[in-house]
Design a protein around this ligand. Structure first.
Ligand code: CUA
Length: 405
């Protein structure tokens, strides 16, 4: 036995030290648990308070254990270091039943308490609430879109159903309602939200840090995320599942309006774009792309719409290129080239880019990459105007003919 071993506390004085160390460790854990959440984003939802309280509770325990382990490590390095010239072995210590019982029992109790606490938080946060606002959230490589139901009764008297787009008419026939789309998730303070999540390709994860919710999107299954906003403002929505090379750009925004009135003002404005679509196909195409109805923003850059994707070719000035280098490379007119680039994207690949773009198709409204012909024509008409002069490089009559309208 070395001199060190004999000096270990074995009397009442030792227990006082243990109690003092325990109090100090818990205090340290408490400081860590109070300081860390200062780095967190706004508590944007009712649920975020419960989640943060649970997290703080875990930090008190984790912080105390961290300080205990690091403290013992530093203490041992100093206290039990070998004297210069001492090359002897340390004392041979074998099992200690009391110690092993203690370090098994304490973590078991901690884990049990955490299981019960977090289960209660989870049950409370995922429970159905009264009067939920239901939004469909769609994740696609590499953009988010959100759709809202508009009942047939909301159609103004001066709008005739037969004047609405064929897509809207088909929806009305099927379910007496139609959907409007936004690339932002709009909600308002105090109204519980239920987001029904679907992916049209691989797995994504819907994460709103300010709301403290994160939910995976699984192919072939609808998953749900629930929260009740309590703080007006705009907060980021992030994809938290590596879903391809545009994953980092797969972001959107949630807009929490201060009250129902301002929310409805946005909702009615958006519905009006369906009720009173612009006559000009170029305007219409811009509106469709800006709405996020198609996931183009995740892959393409287009300054006019604030897109910053880099996985696909840059669309700034795409009209000029369709008219010059692409026309030369494909032998197609600009309108034909842009038309085929959307319905047959792999036919001609812009140098430096792979065949990653989904093939949009005009026939089956149930298909994941359905793009009805009237949307398609408007989008091509708009892209034709992405030129240095802002003038269209396309012949729209020819476009209608090519697209079979
Ligand atoms: Cu979608 Cu990462």
């Amino acid at each position: 036995m070395s001199a060190e071993t004999n000096k270990r506390p074995t009397n009442n004085n030792g227990y006082i030290w243990i109690v003092a160390a325990f109090v100090l460790l818990v205090f340290g854990g408490f400081v860590i648990s109070e300081a860390t959440p200062l780095l967190f984003p706004t508590q944007g939802s009712a649920e975020s308070r419960q989640v943060d309280d649970l997290f703080k509770f875990m930090l008190v325990i984790g912080g105390a254990i961290f300080l205990l382990v690091q403290g013992l490590l530093v203490y041992s390095v100093i206290r039990f270091r070998a004297k210069p010239g001492d090359t002897s072995d340390g004392p041979p210590i074998h099992g200690n039943a009391t110690l092993e019982l203690v370090w098994t029992a304490i973590p078991s109790v901690i884990v049990l308490v955490l299981v019960i606490y977090s289960y209660n938080v989870w049950i409370s946060n995922t429970a159905a609430k009264d009067n939920e606002q239901v939004v469909q959230g769609i994740g696609r490589r590499f953009a988010w879109s959100f759709t809202y139901e508009v009942p047939e009764t909301a159609i103004p008297d001066d709008v005739s159903v037969s004047d609405l787009s064929p897509t809207v008419q088909t929806q009305l026939e099927a379910k007496n309602s139609f959907t409007i789309t936004s690339n932002e998730l709009h909600t308002y303070v105090g109204r519980p939200v239920k987001v029904l999540l679907n992916t049209e390709d691989n797995q994504h994860a819907f994460w709103i840090p300010a709301m403290r919710i994160k939910q995976d999107l699984l192919a072939g299954r609808t998953t749900e995320a629930r929260f009740t906003p309590i703080e007006a403002g705009n907060y980021p929505i992030v994809c938290a599942e590596l879903c391809g090379d545009g994953h980092g750009a797969m972001r959107a925004e949630i807009v929490v309006h201060p009250d129902e009135e301002t929310y409805l003002a946005w909702f009615n404005d958006t519905a009006n774009t369906v009720f009173y679509p612009p006559e000009d196909p170029v305007e219409r195409g811009r509106q469709i792309l800006a709405s996020g109805a198609y996931p183009c923003s995740g892959c393409h850059t287009l300054s006019d719409l604030g897109w910053q994707g880099v996985t696909g070719p840059n669309l700034n000035g795409v009209g000029d290129r369709a008219d010059s280098v692409r026309a030369a490379a494909t032998g197609e007119t600009p309108e034909e080239y842009l038309h085929r680039s959307i319905y047959f994207p792999s036919e001609y690949l812009v140098p430096g880019f792979g065949a990653l773009m989904p093939q949009f198709q005009p026939d089956d409204p149930g298909a994941p990459n359905y793009m009805p012909i009237e949307d398609h024509i408007a989008i091509v008409a708009y892209l034709c105007t992405q030129t240095s002069t802002g003038e269209s490089v396309c012949d729209l009559d020819n476009l209608n003919q090519i697209a079979g309208q």
